[in-house]
Design a protein around this ligand. Structure first.
Ligand SMILES: [Zn+2]
Ligand SMILES: [Zn+2]
Length: 366
């Protein structure tokens, strides 16, 4: 189960225990499976709500979440309303709740960060430094959580099993459940002398940085998953994953459309009429582009294989130049006369030099 328990319960970060309880009750009622029969969305939501409450109603887990964003053990459903978690399980699950103990090391949480790339770094790939705030194994206690020279003791309450048997009253009557041992948090051991550096967690929040190879052709919005680059778990538990969201800056001239690169190419009117061969800067250096005689705005010149490299497989997209013909303005009177003569020789009607009827009409009111 993923997600921010505060968000799931529609709460502010500083919500009081009373507010947490209130919000939980309201949402649990709204999404309760009894009230939403055959609605798998509501069922999912209800499970999320119950799980979020399980974290936020447990001071230890809440403080762990607040500090590390760690949702901890996900194996046991909560019992905040005197048995609703159990009832839920008995309707939708195996019929009898058996909370599993936390077995083995607890994995650290997944982390998320973003990585900003220049346009051509994304196109051609690059090596980039990622900086994150994460949890790293405590060097002082070698991730055991026990002060150097001391060690962990077996929990005397559960005798190292991490579980205690309970008889509970629920809406369905008496239920026998086995729950994680409160004394040891289900671990089966306790730390009599916690490490001073990490406070007994076996890990510390630190800034970390490392290099990432960014594959050529990666696009804005892509998420890279770096396995085992998330926070390490408490007491030497394995690290979660790091999700890196790629952000690509815009380019002054080029726009990416799929694997093609598109550049608007302004062309003078005379060049459009008579044609021209131009040198254009591309991401690969300068490229000779032939503008054919009589080209019109909107015409696209395609240069194959000079676009973005395909992420999978070989080859590259195309480089596209979209022609825009620029109409000259601010003509000298000599140039204007020349163009008028040109229009006359082609028998094309244009507004006369004095602006014509429309021009006079406009100037009378301006
Ligand atoms: Zn330590
Ligand atoms: Zn115990």
């Amino acid at each position: 189960m993923q997600g921010d328990p505060y968000e799931i319960l529609q709460l502010q970060r500083n919500a009081s225990p009373e507010e947490i309880k209130k919000s939980y009750r309201r949402l649990a009622r709204e999404f309760h499976p009894d009230a939403n029969p055959d609605d798998p969305e509501a069922e999912k939501k209800f499970k999320e709500i119950a799980f979020a409450y399980e974290i936020l109603s447990d001071p230890e887990r809440k403080s762990r979440y607040d500090r590390f964003g760690d949702i901890g053990d996900t194996s046991s459903m909560g019992d905040p309303f005197g048995g609703i978690g159990d009832i839920f399980e008995s309707f939708f699950g195996s019929g009898f709740t058996q909370s599993r103990r936390r077995s083995g090391p607890v994995q650290g949480q997944d982390l998320e960060t973003s990585l900003h790339l220049a346009f051509d770094e994304a196109v051609f790939g690059c090596e980039k430094e990622v900086k994150i705030k994460t949890a790293l194994a405590c060097n002082s206690c070698e991730a055991t959580g026990a002060s150097p020279g001391s060690s962990r003791d077996t929990c005397t309450v559960c005798k190292g099993t991490g579980q205690v048997q309970q008889v509970r009253q629920s809406l369905l009557g008496q239920m026998m459940t086995s729950a994680a041992c409160n004394a040891c948090g289900g671990m089966g051991w306790v730390i009599p002398e916690p490490c001073q550096v990490c406070g007994g967690e076996g890990r510390n929040v630190e800034n970390d940085s490392f290099l990432v190879q960014v594959t050529a052709g990666v696009d804005d919005g892509t998420t890279l998953r770096l396995t085992g680059r998330g926070a390490v778990g408490p007491w030497g538990g394995p690290a979660g994953d790091l999700y890196v969201q790629i952000r690509v800056e815009n380019h002054q001239h080029f726009e990416r459309v799929g694997y093609d690169l598109v550049r608007v190419l302004p062309v003078k009117m005379t060049q459009a009429i008579l044609g021209i061969e131009m040198e254009i800067e591309t991401l690969d250096g300068s490229e000779s582009v032939v503008i054919p005689k009589g080209v019109a705005s909107g015409h696209v010149i395609r240069i194959r294989g000079k676009g973005v490299p395909h992420l999978q497989g070989r080859g590259r997209g195309d480089l596209l130049f979209e022609v825009i013909v620029e109409t000259p303005t601010n003509l000298t009177s000599e140039e204007e006369k020349f163009i008028r003569d040109f229009a006359g020789s082609r028998k094309e009607e244009v507004t006369p030099p004095d602006g014509g009827i429309i021009g006079k009409f406009r100037s009378a009111f301006s």
